[in-house]
Design a protein around this ligand. Structure first.
Ligand SMILES: [Zn+2]
Length: 161
């Protein structure tokens, strides 16, 4: 191999390495929302004790205690932990349960998991960004989805339109 070829070979190798680095560093199209991960101590600073208990420890607020039960204005319900929009007012309805209820969520905003806290399996759902617990989903909701997203009001903040 002569000197010119050797230089070209090294240049090619260098370019290939640079390309690989560039590909590795390029922001991928996010398949999911970028997670917000904080320690319990950090969450306690950001949240009220009631919000912390529900969002981070999966407690359930007492039925009928949320001011959002009576909220009827147009707007968006965002996660109290990270402000991710979770529900639109158009999908809110009065379920009579004492918890703010919705028949659909904003696509991508929630993740679900089966829990056995009450022995019978229930579908728990949580914020897709901070993984804060919001509530449980049941199959006795109104049309068009037939779903009832039974949400702890304390886990949401209402942003009027
Ligand atoms: Zn969140």
């Amino acid at each position: 191999m002569n000197r010119r070829k050797l230089v070209a070979a090294f240049a090619g190798l260098f370019a290939a390495t640079r390309l690989a680095d560039a590909i590795a560093a390029a922001p991928a199209v996010p398949a999911t929302i970028e997670k917000l991960k904080l320690s319990d101590a950090e969450w306690q600073k950001r949240l009220t004790p009631e919000q912390f208990a529900v969002l981070r420890k999966e407690h359930t607020e007492r039925a009928g205690t949320s001011p959002l039960n009576g909220e009827k204005r147009k707007g968006t319900y965002v996660c109290a932990g990270c402000d991710l929009p979770i529900f639109r007012s158009e999908t809110k309805y009065d379920s009579g349960t004492g918890w703010p209820s919705f028949y659909a969520f904003i696509p991508g905003a929630l993740g679900t998991r089966t829990d056995f806290k009450l022995i019978l399996p229930r579908t728990e759902y949580h914020c897709a960004r901070c993984e804060g617990h919001h509530g449980h989903v049941f199959d006795d909701g109104p049309k068009p989805t037939g779903k009832r997203y039974c949400n702890n009001g304390v886990a949401l903040k209402f942003v009027p339109a």
